[in-house]
Design a protein around this ligand. Sequence first.
Ligand SMILES: Nc1ncnc2c1ncn2[C@@H]1O[C@H](COP(=O)(O)OP(=O)(O)OP(=O)(O)O)[C@@H](O)[C@H]1O
Ligand SMILES: [Mg+2]
Length: 338
Amino acid sequence: MTENGNGKKLWAIGGGKGGIGKSIFTLGLGISLARLGKRVILMDADLGGANLHTLMGVRYPAHTLEDFLLKRVENLEDTVLDTQIAGIGLICGADDILGAANPTYSQKIRVLNQIASLPADFVLLDLGAGTSFNTLDFFNYSAGKIAVFTSQATSLQNVYGFLKNSLFRRISREFAKDEEVLWLLHQTGSKAPEVKIESLSELLNLLQRKKPDQYRELRQLLRDYQVLVVVNMIKADRDFQAAQIIQNVSNRFLELSPQVLGYLHYDQAIEQAVNQMVPFPMNVQKSRAAVELREIAQTIIDRYAPPSDLEAPAYQQEEEKAAAGSSWSSFWRRAPAQ
Ligand SMILES: Nc1ncnc2c1ncn2[C@@H]1O[C@H](COP(=O)(O)OP(=O)(O)OP(=O)(O)O)[C@@H](O)[C@H]1O
Ligand SMILES: [Mg+2]
């Protein structure tokens, strides 16, 4: 399965490790995009430990993704909560239901299909820690893929593992019916291989010689698999090197060339906002991290998002739908905060 018709609307924020700022970044990016006039929906896809709503100051969400997964509501749009920030809607995660952390394939497809018609310019998925299939799948289904990490050795290790697992899952889905390629992929980088293949570039060489069609297909997949990286909690100049480290290993072992989307300094204003349950950077426009988030949002709009005139007709349809009685129809009528 590919990006499911969501174009550059759906963005996933992952990183493997817990506590490195995935949720903070998702929220900060969402607020910054909204301030630049975009309609944003944040979706907490951390199905095991949802807490994005807490960061947004929502104590008791009226609806969560669970309502949609369990078909208590028909439309995903009905789970979108209005928030105190103009231009931002929130879909809260489902964290306290048996099995919700592990939605079935058809449940995921329902979610993805409906994301495409959500009334937003951007839908940002805040992924959980770890490399569960759900997390990897949501990352892979998203047109925009952002990996967040810090310069800590454990974070670097985990984000590399996250990227590798995501990519390998994507490749195994692509070649799901080709047992030979699947077997070779399984050998690649394995600790106890039957055939020694140390990297994807070795696998590519092998395919080029033995299976040229599959070689071309894999090359194309790797070209299309674009990941953006963000280094968070920068405290010293040497922390910037973290991006280079991930670029180097991704290049060397995964044949990927992640681009740097931006850097976020460690900022006490973030800690304070979290403790006060105030969404960062709602009240803090001038702190260092707030400025960096705004730059990142601008980069996404300028460089990675489609021109809005191409999207206008779709929005008009959505507006008509809203006028016909959507539960969230006030969303785009309110002027986003500047
Ligand atoms: N740039 C930053 N400056 C200061 N503190 C930060 C920064 N980024 C994150 N934090 C702190 O780190 C904490 C963890 O961040 P966050 O909840 O976003 O992590 P996470 O990666 O989403 O974790 P989990 O996987 O457990 O959901 C935040 O509560 C905040 O206090
Ligand atoms: Mg989180």
